[in-house]
Design a protein around this ligand. Sequence first.
Ligand code: NAP
Length: 458
Amino acid sequence: MPQYVIELLYLLSGILFIMGLKGMSHPDTARRGMFYAEFGMLIAIIGTLMQHEIVRYDWIIGGLAIGSILGLAMGLWVPMTAMPQRTALSHAFGALAAALVGVSEFYRHGGHLEPFKLGALGFEVLLGSLTTTGSLIAFGKLQGILPGQPLVFKGQNVFNMTVLVVTVGSFISLFLFPQYGGVFYLMVGLALVFGVLLVIPIGSADMPVVMSLLNSYAGLASAATGFALGNNVLIIAGTLDGFSGFILSVLMCKAMNRSMANVLFGAFGSASAQGAGAGAGGEMREISLDDAAVQLAYARQVVFVPGYGMATAQAQHVIRELGETLEERGVTVKYAIHPVAGRMPGHMNVLLAEANVPYSELYELEQINPDFLSTDVAVIVGANDVVNPDARDNPGSPISGMPILEVDHAKLAIVLKRGKGRGFSGLENPLFFKEKTAMLYGDAKETLTNLVQAVHKL
Ligand code: NAP
């Protein structure tokens, strides 16, 4: 196959990746965007399989078969709620592949590489190695295999900085002593250690930000692989991945009103950051299912506020059912979406779209907050941190400044949760102790199902 055909296929797949990203920027076009991206990846694989450098296909076919089986199994059976840890594993594998390609290139060509290729290769292995171990630690924390709390020790930032400086130092030494393999392998080892050090002081609540940052590193490692191997599609896809991951991390930090430095070095969620919120204390008032149903059935406007608990309970379908039941009675129903509700960006949008909640009923934080003043009932379905008024009212709170959904401005806030469990930040929520708040305990799906029946009976 002539090389220009392969390059044309790579160009086509690059265009499809960009169309995919564009499509994914809106829930209405997200599915189509995913399809474009998948089709782009298929074309990139076909183009790569046509490369002249390939001398035998047996290992490649074996890899393709194993990868496809694993990918299919993960796609079919990993639940939506475990998506963050699944993504962490994918990053680890992607970064490991980039690092291994770099190590094998260095092993084969060693000291004979020209400086540009050596630089690209060193960069690829450095980022690939630290992303591999960093993503594995992120996976362990999110899956609950490792403690979710930040692991901190005295002088940690100085120690981490020292390891980073020595790692970067050995990368630079590669240019001076390319013939000494030892320097290269020292850099690989230190980068693997640095990946662990980078992620252990970060609490599980901040893991999604770290993951999109690691995603960005994996992308940049792939782009560097493209430069090292002279492969254009890797350069395009890696750069897109690298920068979109970085932009996503910045957007998530913004949504939590935290700086990137605070996320990476602040040990958010550590023991010192916990404790009761200001105004938290006294009694939580309970409401019976029947009373809650009456409040909903005779309201003019009801706003549902979904959170992580809705995702774990898989209550998205029944929330829509309750919404429709209320609409049939003439109630105006809206859904308030906080940008970091759940455990990954767009988590609530994806689940509600899956349940066919009309997109026109979904409101972003800035749009819905003024509306709470004229809302009769705000129904908080397994959300906690994103409705914690301490973020707005208590400057001493670790989440101070994080924008919240101001459900405490509604005439009544009914909170659906199983018990007195805290949100992912580990903080107490003063909302639950307010006069206008009523707690309705139980699994969100079960409670919503019972509410639908109770409203029907009225
Ligand atoms: P949250 O603060 O983690 O609270 C979830 C609540 O759901 C818990 O208090 C829990 O209370 C309840 N719950 C759990 N299972 C339930 C079930 N089956 N039925 C009913 N309730 C259930 O959730 P959130 O308000 O969505 O906040 C998200 C957190 O993740 C924030 O701290 C945010 O900063 C962080 N985060 C998210 C992202 C992202 O991209 N989305 C990124 C970075 C950080 P009980 O145990 O009492 O039931």
